[in-house]
Design a protein around this ligand. Sequence first.
Ligand code: FES
Length: 103
Amino acid sequence: MSRNTEPCIGQAPIVHQLSLQPGAQSIDAPSDRSVLASAQAAGLELHASCRNGTCRACLRRLESGQVYYRIEWPGLSAEEKAEGCILPCVAYPASDLVLAAQG
Ligand code: FES
């Protein structure tokens, strides 16, 4: 689910929609702001600690959508990536996103 689809540098950010399932409303998630930053700016509770992709405290399953990373290798195994897990503190939206409300 996660792949490198970073927008071109110099492009205006694209505002995607982010929602937590089940049941939360959609919020704006600009492509140049981390998923965690967008969620917290909108008042959504997402657990986090290091905010740099190493501690894994923010690990979530992406139910739908695509993200990109600006760091070379976020703290996810290949298996976790294949299962759709992301690290919202260092993941940026590349499409509308639906995140699992828990882990
Ligand atoms: S807050 Fe530490 S990996 Fe996201």
